[in-house]
Ligand binder design. Structure first.
Ligand code: HEC
Ligand code: HEC
Length: 206
């Protein structure tokens, strides 16, 4: 401890002398960081030796928490699914969660070693990692149907949007306004009306 204190003192004194020494900033910069670097081990040393003593009683509790850690989808796939074939067919596959479930259950039927919990985990992992990409086009259609563009495209033929922007209405009231405007000639189908009403109620609420 005395030696460490002495080292600390030297470090502190050298830090102080560097700061008061008036050396140019360019050469000053490296010294404090070097000083800190050598300081760190000195202060860390005592805690490092103290840790094992407090950890010793809990050390026996560590193994149980390690078990779930091995249960990750990727390791399961690599450990349990490579006995009969490589992972090429898995990696080329695109399946929904339902379809992956069916595949995994079929592979378990063939002899893959996975308990219930492991199957569930692996199915989730597979469905997230190799998902079905076919459902993208349908989601593109509603993307063009956004409330703000509808408002700008379909509500500006007869008047500006000042009245809309100043208005504060409940969803019910916006519904009445939109239906009223459709009655006057605004061009919006059912789905567009619904979307616009939602948008208006969120953007200009009461
Ligand atoms: C005991 C041997 C065995 C193990 C272990 C095994 N498979 Fe298979 N697997 C096969 C056989 C045999 C085929 C080809 C026949 C078939 O498709 O049923 C196959 C085919 C496949 C296919 C292509 C057919 C499809 O349904 O798309 C995929 C994907 C697949 N396995 C995934 C897996 C996964 C994931 C695991 C780990 C849970 C796994 N396999 C573990 C034997 C095995
Ligand atoms: C075909 C012409 C036309 C179109 C398109 C139109 N409006 Fe109007 N709007 C009017 C007229 C005319 C008035 C004034 C008379 C009235 O309030 O009935 C009005 C008034 C309003 C008012 C003020 C009255 C109130 O109820 O608060 C709002 C808000 C409004 N419109 C919103 C809209 C919205 C939102 C759209 C798009 C869905 C739209 N308008 C599209 C003709 C139109």
């Amino acid at each position: 401890m005395k030696r460490q204190l002495a080292v600390l003192m030297v470090v502190i004194v050298s830090l102080i002398s560097v700061q008061c020494g008036g050396t140019p900033p360019a050469t000053e910069a490296p010294t404090p960081t070097e000083a800190l670097a050598t300081e760190a081990p000195a202060t860390e040393a005592p805690t490092a030796t103290e840790v094992p003593a407090t950890e010793a009683p809990t050390a026996t509790e560590v193994p149980p928490t390690e078990e779930p850690a091995t249960l990750d989808g990727q390791s399961l796939l690599q450990e349990r699914c490579t006995g009969c074939h490589d992972l090429g067919r898995v990696e080329r596959s695109e399946k929904t969660e339902e379809e992956w479930k069916a595949t995994v259950e079929r592979m378990v039927g063939k002899g893959a070693q996975l308990d219930e919990a492991e199957q569930e985990l692996l199915i989730k992992y597979l469905a997230e990692t190799y998902p079905k990409a076919a459902e993208v086009p349908p989601t593109e259609a509603p993307a063009t149907l956004d409330g703000q563009s509808l408002l700008q495209d379909r509500c500006t033929q007869c008047h500006g949007l000042g009245g809309v922007e100043r208005a504060k209405k409940t969803e019910e009231e916006w519904k009445a306004t939109v239906e009223h405007m459709v009655g006057k000639g605004a061009q919006l189908d059912e789905a567009e009306q619904e979307l616009l009403i939602k948008y208006l109620a969120e953007t200009y609420p009461q």
